[in-house]
Design a protein around this ligand. Structure first.
Ligand code: EPU
Length: 448
């Protein structure tokens, strides 16, 4: 297992490009199961979760056929249908494995998917996914920890489905139902659908494949079933969570970053809270050939922050509210604010494993249930800390960038699930950060 060694206190300045989105790419890859024609995806990030999804798709008969081609282009071709079992061994490493459920059911009328367990960010039920499949007429059963879903003899039938749950809608549940409905007979209306940009991106790939979908990005999605889907060529949207993480990295280091390929339009609540903190995000006008208009999901922005970080109140919410996937990173920033901030987590109320680690670095944080009060301190101090999940790891890296002295972030494999070459990209803009093995880290700690 690898460890990041961060020498804090260096101001970040320079240019970074935001990669394609992991959370958009995973369901897009699964959608390739729905056609016997190739699906080409561009700007796919090189991440552990993406490699795991490729492994899962290969087991299900869908292969990457452009090995050796451009690193971020993936041509996926579903050529066999003999195995429709997403095994525990793979699904347990990557919860997003659940997003093969809708595509497999749509194309093969049958699937067996290992029930994903809980994870570090809390319970992760899938009752809403299954409610959607049942509403389309599927039969759902459980066997040895696997969910088995079968289409009825006449095929799936369109229906009106309410997908709202206790904590709002479900992103991957909406993706699964949209995929299954795309080839069901008749019309499906998904009410209380997730409005996340990743759902809209999936709808645009499915539309290119021949599906008839309207309303994606709003709480009501209407799908008119078609007989079959073809191939498509699609560029993944930029990663709004990576962009937000870099914005906070600029904020916590009093930095000055230019972000290219920045999905500003998908980050309005994040930008609103960052502006309140004192982080400025300004679009940079670039000259375009006549006829080309600016894409609000692919902007160039300059991110700057003065010396004073102001305290804020923030509550995580489904899109377009403040994303839960940036809660931990914002908390790192607010540990250095000039006053008390309040963070309430409304999507995953237990997603606070980073709190205890930030305390080890000198932060002042008081948690009660889903709410945390962060009392800003003047300085964080470097310490050995333990990453527990993907976004908590990003939070600890940000804290380490600002802290006085050396921070060792253990278990960075969590970070590698969602941020490509994070240490190199941060080093390119001035951070002092290196990756070493756990064995070497033990030596560094003992001698340091
Ligand atoms: N929920 C239910 N029943 C369900 C499904 C969800 O009660 O059947 C609840 C969840 O427990 C949670 C809320 O609904 O309280 C939202 O969960 P959702 O289903 O939307 O989460 P997800 O689709 O499994 C995706 C992202 C997560 C991100 C959440 C919320 C991917 C691969 N994962 O998960 O990303 O936190 O949406 O925005 O897209 C991450 O990237 O670090 C990450 C965890």
């Amino acid at each position: 297992m690898d460890v990041f060694v961060i020498e804090g206190g260096r101001r970040l300045a320079g240019r970074l490009r935001v990669n394609g989105s992991k959370n958009a790419a995973l369901p897009l890859m699964a959608a390739a199961l729905m056609s016997d024609q190739p699906v080409v995806l561009r700007d796919v990030p090189d991440l552990a979760d993406i490699r795991n999804m490729l492994r899962l798709l290969a087991e299900l008969g869908c292969h990457k056929t452009n090995e050796g081609g451009a690193r971020d282009v993936m041509c996926l071709h579903a050529t066999e249908r003999s195995n429709s079992h997403a095994r525990y061994d793979i699904v347990r490493t990557m919860r997003a494995g659940i997003c093969v459920l809708g595509p497999l059911l749509a194309r093969r009328g049958y699937c067996r998917v290992s029930m994903p367990g809980g994870c570090a960010i809390g319970d992760r039920p899938i009752d809403l996914h299954l409610r959607g499949m049942r509403a389309l007429g599927a039969e759902v059963s459980m066997e040895s920890g696997d969910i088995i879903v079968k289409a009825p003899p006449g095929g799936l039938k369109g229906a009106t489905i309410f997908l709202g749950g206790t904590f709002g809608s479900t992103v991957l549940g909406t993706a699964n139902v949209m995929c299954a409905a795309a080839v069901a007979q008749g019309k499906t209306i998904i009410e209380s659908a997730a409005c996340e940009p990743e759902v809209t991106d999936l709808a645009s790939l499915l539309t290119k494949m021949g599906a008839k979908i309207s309303g994606a990005g709003s709480p009501r999605i209407i799908v008119e079933g078609v007989a079959q889907l073809g191939g498509a060529d699609h560029t993944v949207i930029p990663d709004r969570i990576e962009a937000g993480t870099f914005m906070m990295a600029a904020g916590i280091t009093n930095g000055d970053l230019i972000l290219e390929n920045c999905p500003t339009d998908a980050l309005l609540s994040t930008i609103d809270r960052l502006n309140a903190v004192g982080v400025e995000i300004e679009p940079i006008e670039i000259l375009r050939p006549a006829g080309f208009t600016a894409d609000p999901l692919r902007q160039v922005v300059r991110v700057t922050c003065g010396r004073v970080i102001k305290p804020v109140e923030v509550t995580t919410q489904p899109h377009p509210g403040f994303p839960t996937d940036l809660q931990a990173q914002l908390m790192a920033l607010l540990t250095l604010a000039d006053g008390n901030s309040v963070i309430t987590e409304r999507i995953f109320p237990e997603r606070f494993l980073h709190v205890a680690e930030l305390l080890r670095m000198g932060a002042k944080i008081f948690r009660q249930g889903p709410t945390v009060i962060v009392s800003g301190v003047r300085q964080l101090t470097g310490a050995p800390v333990m990453a527990s999940d993907l976004r908590a790891s990003a939070c600890l890296v940000l804290a380490g960038l600002a802290a006085e002295g050396t921070t060792l972030v253990n278990r960075v494999y969590h970070l590698d699930r969602g941020y490509e070459r994070m240490e190199h990209r941060l080093a390119d803009v001035g951070a002092r950060i290196t990756r070493i093995s756990e064995k070497d880290a033990g030596v560094a700690e003992a001698s340091g």
